[in-house]
Design a binder for this molecule. Structure first.
Ligand code: ZN
Length: 378
């Protein structure tokens, strides 16, 4: 299994490769690669691209192997406090069909999941995927999860109890289901579908809280106690505000989107909502932009420290107000001003996953776990 995983990962990163190149890159003998790829071709996990490419010296053409991207599909879903999304996707993250589902807070978690399963079942009926192999479902959910038990431990702003998400959805769909925290799942999606070069990524999801995920050597780094990436709950000196986590002084209390609104309270006409805030920034309202400087400085400080610690290829930001080019520019300026050089800010970039497609996190987890056979993820 690990060898199959290595071969498929290589093909995914490099594109089509010959058996000889695969053997060299993966460190196996050509004979072993021939046996292994033979098995994978027979089971449909590989595709021979014929004899298209460059001639070698002997005048023989190289046969290239690739992943049969259009032969498989996965189901994907996201469960967040502002609603659920469901989709049917190909192995490269292309969306075949999608659906948004509102959340009803009166509804028991199991009922919501049964409703989600029903929508997913409808998506699979799409005639365009009639001849495709459906591998299963990947779900990204807000809050901490227990991956071994497939349980959501606490979906903040949504459910206050443990919910056996995998057991319920596997029962309803009769398919393999894998679960991951939504921020971690999105970081994987950016790495796998967003064409992110380099295997080291610090991912920041901004709003409603401040979530982060760390990827090292293309793999999620979840931490010794599953708490890796809790950037929102790192401490800010001389901060007496109480956080929703119960502690005092967390970054989230001074740098979240809500903190941006709070920072404008003393202005003559303060923006009441994030939408108002966006309008003011769009209009180039200097008073508002100046009021945001301390907030952005807090965020910038935390990011500079994280970049200093983890030295990622990329610091990817996703969501909410950081999608605004002016705010991202000011965050970058803040990082430059606080460090005196452009090093940390140079790694900063926007996430390519659209904000209305959070299910792609689940798709990335499903592809890794159910197609690539990556046991370390999801
Ligand atoms: Zn906190």
């Amino acid at each position: 299994m690990p060898r199959r995983h290595s071969l498929l990962q290589l093909l995914r990163r490099h594109g089509p490769l010959s058996r000889k190149d695969l053997a060299r890159l993966v460190g196996l003998t050509p004979a072993s690669v021939t046996i292994l790829t033979g098995r994978m071709l027979a089971s449909g996990f590989l595709l021979e691209l014929g004899e298209e490419v460059s001639q070698n010296r002997a005048g023989r053409r190289k046969v290239l192997l690739d992943i049969p991207y259009d032969k498989f599909v996965v189901l994907a879903a996201s469960i967040e406090s502002d609603g659920m999304t469901a989709a049917l996707c190909r192995l490269n993250g292309t969306v075949v069909a999608r659906q948004t589902l509102p959340l009803n807070f009166q509804e028991a978690p199991e009922e919501a999941l049964i409703r989600l399963a029903k929508t997913l079942t409808e998506l699979v009926q799409d005639p365009r995927v009639k001849n495709n192999r459906l591998l299963g479902l990947g779900v990204g959910i807000v809050g901490p999860i227990d991956r071994n038990r497939g349980v959501s431990l606490h979906a903040y702003g949504l459910w206050n109890q443990e919910v056996p998400v995998v057991a319920i959805l596997e029962r309803e769909l009769e398919l393999p289901v894998c679960l991951e925290n939504n921020v971690r799942a999105l970081a994987l999606a950016e790495m796998d579908f967003g064409g992110l070069e380099g295997g080291r990524q610090l991912f920041l999801k901004y709003g409603p809280g401040i979530g982060a995920a760390l990827i090292i050597d293309h793999q999620l780094s979840t931490g010794a106690h599953n708490r890796s990436g809790e950037l929102g709950h790192t401490l800010v000196p001389a901060n007496a505000l109480v956080c929703r986590c119960g502690r005092t002084g967390c970054l989230e209390t001074v740098a979240s989107p809500q903190a941006m609104i709070d920072a404008c309270l003393n202005l003559p006409s303060p923006p009441a909502t994030l939408k108002d805030l966006r309008t003011a920034v769009d209009a180039g309202d200097e008073e508002v932009l100046n009021a945001l400087v301390p907030v952005l400085d807090h965020l910038a400080t935390a990011l500079i420290n994280a970049v200093q610690l983890f030295d990622p290829h990329w610091l990817v930001v996703y969501g909410g107000f950081l999608n605004h080019p002016e705010i991202l520019k000011r965050l970058s300026d803040s990082m430059g001003r606080l460090t005196g050089d452009a090093q940390a800010a140079a790694t900063l970039r926007h996430c390519t996953i659209p904000e209305d497609a959070p299910f792609l996190g689940g798709a990335a987890v499903a592809v890794r776990r159910l197609f690539l056979g990556d046991s370390a993820t999801g």
